[in-house]
Design a protein around this ligand. Structure first.
Ligand SMILES: Nc1ncnc2c1ncn2[C@@H]1O[C@H](COP(=O)(O)OP(=O)(O)OP(=O)(O)O)[C@@H](O)[C@H]1O
Length: 334
């Protein structure tokens, strides 16, 4: 029986209450209690209107987005400059580790194709970290995922736009891959590429960045890596070696090249070519839509990035070169 029918509504005390208004009063009280519960739950995540980050006073303008680990708000400082403020919730030790890694990665890597960390702060309560605040430049044009979502279903993003963004992403990834020891971005996808006012691609969300070259010498180590990647690398863009790491071998930064191939595919055909299952990634089977304005060389570029054996996958500089050559052909320079 539905809960509503099981409610026995008795006449409230007080002679003045009329029969007609009683159900209405109970219903109002019911709505009010739902509203209170709802508000108290969400107020935990609601930003205070004015927040101080080190020496800056920041006023929240509006929410910008939400990820699995954070809420991002548009904020304004006293001088009227706009920023994106990422508020990272810390509830578990692994959240704190991810937050610290994200801040550390920002400090290590400098590139015009990687978002700059303007400022950061770690908030503690009773000695424990409860939240991280990351202040970032605000990108009004949003992300490549927003660009895909804004493109009407019967239209395609122009090849030049895709290739220019791919060249920028390669430059951003190179900044990680050329660190000593090399770093891997590990969560490349259209939602993690911001678009600058000039239309350039800029990598953001450095929370999954890790040492790229991992030697694995047992099944236990392979499973530990698999588990880590299940939490940090978005499944449809996750390389097969991160889904099913070898029990004896070494993986490297070319897991980002796989994700780049999937990202280029998604810019062209809206979604990753893989559905996020291990079976699909490990098979590496790509299919292209019948209606395809981009041509065979473009499809071959994606195919080269999504070779399942990472040891024969091209490096990021090779992919960047291929994108440049395609772009020159497209611009009629060859
Ligand atoms: N600097 C920025 N300028 C404009 N919008 C931003 C900026 N940074 C983040 N956003 C918006 O906020 C969203 C969430 O940000 P972000 O990906 O960093 O969060 P996350 O919790 O790490 O996400 P995920 O679960 O994908 O790892 C983005 O998809 C984007 O829409």
């Amino acid at each position: 029986m539905p809960a509503f029918q099981s409610l026995h509504i008795s006449e409230p005390m007080g002679a003045s209450s009329s029969r007609l208004s009683t159900p209405f009063l109970y219903f109002s009280a019911f709505l009010a209690s739902i509203y209170t519960a709802f508000m108290s739950f969400f107020s935990r995540f609601k930003p205070s209107p004015v927040l101080t980050l080190n020496a800056r006073r920041l006023r929240t303008v509006k929410p910008l987005g939400e990820g699995g680990f954070s809420f991002v708000y548009l904020v304004k400082d006293d001088a009227g400059s706009l920023f994106a403020l990422k508020r990272v919730r810390v509830q578990l030790p692994e959240h704190e580790e991810r937050l610290r890694k994200e801040i550390e990665a920002h400090k290590l890597v400098r590139s015009e194709h990687v978002v700059t960390l303007v400022d950061s702060m770690i908030l503690k309560e009773g000695g424990s970290v409860v939240e991280g605040l990351l202040l970032l430049p605000f990108y009004e044009k949003g992300t490549v995922q927003d660009l895909i979502d804004r493109t009407p279903l019967n239209e395609f993003i122009p090849l030049k736009t895709i290739l220019n963004l791919a060249v920028d992403v390669c430059a951003g990834l190179t900044a990680f891959h050329t660190q000593d020891p090399p770093l891997a971005f590990r969560d490349l996808k259209p939602a993690n590429i911001l678009i600058s006012a000039e239309g350039h691609g800029v990598l953001m969300d450095l929370g999954s960045v890790s040492e790229a070259r991992v030697k694995i010498s047992s099944r236990r180590e392979a499973l530990a890596l698999q588990e880590l990647c299940a939490e940090t690398a978005t499944a449809p863009f996750r390389a097969p070696e991160l889904f099913d790491p070898p029990s004896n071998g070494e993986i490297d930064e070319r897991s980002d090249v796989w994700a780049l191939g999937c990202t280029i595919y998604a810019m062209a055909y809206r979604n990753s070519p893989f559905d996020g299952s291990m079976t699909a990634a490990v098979s590496g089977r790509l299919s292209f839509p019948g209606r395809d304005p981009y041509g065979a060389t473009f499809r071959a570029l994606i195919e080269s990035c999504t070779v399942t054996d990472w040891r024969v996958r091209p490096s990021i500089s090779e992919v960047q070169e291929r994108c440049r050559v395609l772009l020159e052909t497209e611009n009629g320079q060859v």
